[in-house]
Ligand binder design. Structure first.
Ligand code: SF4
Ligand code: SF4
Length: 80
């Protein structure tokens, strides 16, 4: 009985950690011009320019939203 409870707790913790680590910030690639303005403001270096477009690493992103206001082209958005 105790083992089952422990397994359930471990699964719930794992699911919670997975949900927390997922970023809600994304780049609308059609609007991104690859200017790099957003890369310098990110405190966790989560943004990289690849093939002329900004890409956000969801594992590094902490959802601080600083990059959203840095983008003149309004290419960075947040999932509601
Ligand atoms: S600031 Fe905006 S347009 Fe410039 S690279 Fe970042 S997302 Fe793209
Ligand atoms: S929301 Fe914050 S941590 Fe995430 S990519 Fe933008 S600046 Fe970086």
């Amino acid at each position: 009985m105790k083992t089952k409870l422990l397994i359930i707790i471990i699964i719930l913790v794992a699911i919670s950690l997975y949900a927390i680590s997922k970023s809600n910030i994304f780049v609308e690639s059609n609007s991104c011009v690859g200017c790099s303005d957003c890369t310098g403001v990110c405190p966790t270096n989560a943004i990289e320019i690849i093939d002329g477009k900004a890409i956000i690493d969801a594992e590094l992103c902490i959802d601080c939203e600083i990059c959203i206001s840095s983008c003149t082209y309004k290419a960075i958005r947040k999932n509601k």
